[in-house]
Design a protein around this ligand. Structure first.
Ligand code: PEP
Ligand code: MN
Length: 334
């Protein structure tokens, strides 16, 4: 339930109401906006007399929130969340370009790609060390060694690193990772999400292959309920009957999520399409529909990539994409 206070109601005026609500075993989240203050009530509000609260002088209106997600709900927190990774901001009008190979393969590969994407304007470096592969016989990533190579690339370029965690057993290895990615296949690994909720570092949460937006938000809720509010959502395509693309990029998810949640929403056109030539047009479309950033696979030698070569851009293709996205963003800001 949320209680919207009348314009001009200050802290002294609202405190008796907050005390009264807390005495009824409700948690009260006060969100002070530019124009109005909202009290978000968490707990069992069934016994609360909505009409009584609504009749108070200082109250504008009372609304029953039926959404099961609270922490990430925009109704409780009208302002956009801006996630900060070093100097890089994501959300609230700040657009982040994340790029790098699907998986870390060698020091030379990751450092070469990191330098190239940085020169094109990328602000964060992606690269998988632990890879969730459909077949157990495929390359599983360099694992702990891959994390060390990412750190070398970070040292060489200054780019913060984004990399996927697959198991809570590896949490210690990720202590020095800047953004921890939860891949599509682990979006509902609730135990993992709960552990990530105990950390105080950004989590990039990808939408599952066949998950609804509500399920994505409930997964974000698992992380945020533990106190970690730095969650970035990622639309990366879902399974449909589309037969020419690896997945179907659900771009309507971007403005829809922006309406439902204050969390930043980025788009991954690489896994969404599975085809390098579709990555640029979908990246531009994502920028045009208001995404807060893009995560894109770039490889110095896609033909010989150990994973996802077909969807990986060469550095020079990424450079063109980055410029086109900048221009789209200029137009979108008009
Ligand atoms: C990835 O980013 O490399 C990845 C495996 O993505 P997803 O979890 O979206 O499939
Ligand atoms: Mn990949």
């Amino acid at each position: 339930m949320i209680v919207i206070l009348k314009h001009g109601v200050n802290q002294d005026m609202r405190q008796p109401l907050v005390d009264w609500l807390e005495a009824q075993k409700l948690k009260v989240h006060v969100s002070e906006g530019e124009f109005q203050t909202v009290l978000g009530l968490v707990g069992d509000t069934r016994q609360l007399d909505m009409d009584l609260v609504g009749s108070l002088d200082i109250v504008d209106s009372v609304k029953q929130v039926t959404d099961p997600f609270k922490c990430c709900n925009r109704k409780f927190h009208p302002a956009d969340t801006v996630v900060e990774v070093g100097d890089v901001k994501i959300g609230g009008g700040h657009f982040a370009m994340i790029a790098g190979p699907c998986s870390v393969e060698s020091e030379e590969q990751i450092v070469t790609v990191a330098k190239a994407v940085k020169a094109s304007g990328a602000q964060l470096l992606r690269g998988g060390a632990f890879k969730p592969r459909t077949s157990p016989y495929d390359f599983q990533g360099l694992q702990a060694t891959g994390l060390e190579l990412l750190k070398i690339a970070r040292q060489e370029t200054g780019l913060p690193i984004v990399t996927e965690i697959m198991s809570i057993e590896h949490l210690d290895l990720f202590a020095d990772v800047d953004v921890i990615q939860v891949g599509a296949r682990n979006m509902q690994n609730f135990d993992l999400l709960r552990h990530l909720g105990q950390l105080r570092k950004p989590i990039l949460l990808k939408r599952g292959l066949a998950n609804t937006l509500k399920e994505l938000l409930m997964s974000a809720e698992y992380i945020m309920a533990g106190g970690n509010e730095q969650v970035i959502l990622c639309e990366r395509g879902i399974r449909t009957f589309g037969d020419y693309t690896r997945n179907t990029l659900d771009l309507a998810a971007v403005p829809m999520l922006h309406q439902l949640t204050h969390l930043p929403v980025i788009v991954d056109p690489s896994h969404a399409t599975g085809r390098a030539h579709l990555v640029e047009p979908m990246a531009m479309a994502a920028a045009a529909c208001g995404a807060d950033g893009l995560i894109i696979e770039v490889h110095n030698d896609p033909l010989h990539a150990l994973c996802d070569g077909a969807q990986s851009l060469r550095p020079e293709q990424y450079d063109v994409l980055a410029e086109k996205v900048r221009r789209i963003r200029e137009v979108s800001a008009l």
